[in-house]
Design a protein around this ligand. Structure first.
Ligand code: DAH
Length: 370
């Protein structure tokens, strides 16, 4: 005969000691499960004599009710404790400062480009763009590079493999092909919308973009950025070009102390052609503008060659203009004092932290340069 008092003490002790829902469930199965100790006792009632049953029945049923109640009570306590723990661990303290976020920086090239666009924007230039992958016609032929002329080699072109028709495309070596795309008549609707479409003169556009040449040293990188300018109107002359570039340079460098010099040069697509240098000091591992005895070439320009105007379907006796192309990265390195152009594209995070601009503090001519 099972000692009911002992069994009750044993079960209630284990219920009280159950540390979690799984331990409590194990006790419940052991006592009240199909072959649990109390279930077995209840089954035994059927085999007893009526007298015995009358005596044992209420005791065993009472024990079952007590144990069931103890389990229910313990289960409620465990559930409450678990909820308290979760609430405590998942509590969000809204008064804490947010965790620090990694801040990106505006790359000096993009900062420089924004500033250049803003300065030319003030002068009334509109923006145009063209594709990085160009064809020989736009990059060379239409720009008056004669076939097989050594000037084509001068550009250290990256050529792409021939396509199905045998044509070899190239990575544009300068932004000048966009001059053609802007001037070329009858192109509307035949090109993707973002590519410059032929527009009727008068034309006043700037063209920023990436250009590519197989060349690398402290002042050359295989990919760099240029900003092209093109003005086509009646009675345009070299004086307009000089004034525009001088005014741009003073505004861009934010000083009247900047000294420029124009040298005669040769480009197939301009006649006459020139290059412009800015005076600077390159001693001591950095570049300072407006002082020193060094000159750094920052752009080429000239009067658009009549053949180029003719190649675009315009009459050179009616329309003239000037064009220029400048190195964006080079202008940025001059303004912000970076001696080696290759650092611009080395993707060195420490360099970017140092020379990059905060998106919120970047000086920008659109909002006042400084
Ligand atoms: N495309 C020339 C280069 O990359 C730069 C240039 C020179 C652009 C004279 C012009 C120009 O528009 O008129 O070296």
């Amino acid at each position: 005969m099972t000692d009911l008092t002992q069994l009750e003490a044993d079960l209630t002790g284990r219920i009280a000691a159950a540390a979690d829902a799984a331990a409590l469930e194990a006790v419940r199965v052991e006592a009240l499960g199909k072959s649990g100790s109390i279930s077995e006792l209840l089954k035994g009632l059927g085999k007893m004599s009526p007298d015995e049953r009358r005596e044992q029945g209420p005791k065993i049923n009472g024990l079952r009710d007590k144990v069931a109640a103890a389990i229910a009570e313990k289960k409620a306590a465990l559930d409450a404790a678990e909820l308290d723990a979760r609430l405590a661990s998942e509590r969000v303290d809204l008064t804490l400062p947010p965790p620090p976020e990694r801040k990106g920086r505006v790359h000096p090239t993009m900062q420089t480009l924004d500033e250049m666009i803003a300065v030319f924007g003030e002068m009334g230039f509109a923006l145009a763009e063209g594709p990085d992958i160009e064809d020989d016609f736009h990059n060379f032929t239409a720009l008056n590079f004669p076939p097989n002329h050594p000037a084509r080699e001068m550009h250290d072109t990256f050529w792409l493999p021939p396509n199905e028709t045998g044509e070899r495309k190239l990575l544009r070596t300068h932004t000048s092909p966009v001059q053609i795309r802007v001037m070329q008549q009858g192109q509307n609707g035949k090109l993707p919308a973002w590519i410059a479409q032929g527009q009727a003169p008068p034309i006043r556009v700037i063209v920023p973009g990436r250009v590519y040449r197989s060349d690398s040293d402290a002042t050359h990188t295989p990919m760099f950025h240029q900003l092209e300018g093109l003005v086509i109107d009646r009675d345009i002359h070299m004086g307009h070009l000089k004034w525009t570039l001088d005014a741009f340079t003073r505004r861009f460098f934010e000083t009247d102390a900047v000294v420029t010099r124009f040298r005669p040069h040769h480009f197939p697509f301009t006649e006459p052609s020139c290059e412009m240098d800015v005076q600077c000091d390159r001693s001591g591992g950095s570049i300072k503008i407006g002082q020193g005895t060094d000159w750094l070439e920052i752009l080429g320009g000239g009067m658009v060659h009549p053949n180029v105007i003719r190649n675009c379907g315009l009459d050179p006796d009616e329309w003239q203009g000037f064009a220029f192309g400048m190195g964006v990265d080079r202008l940025g390195s001059l303004k912000y004092g970076m001696p080696d152009l290759r650092d611009m594209f080395a993707a060195d995070v420490r360099w970017l932290e140092h020379y990059g601009f905060s998106a919120f503090q970047a000086p920008n001519p659109a909002t006042g340069l400084s």
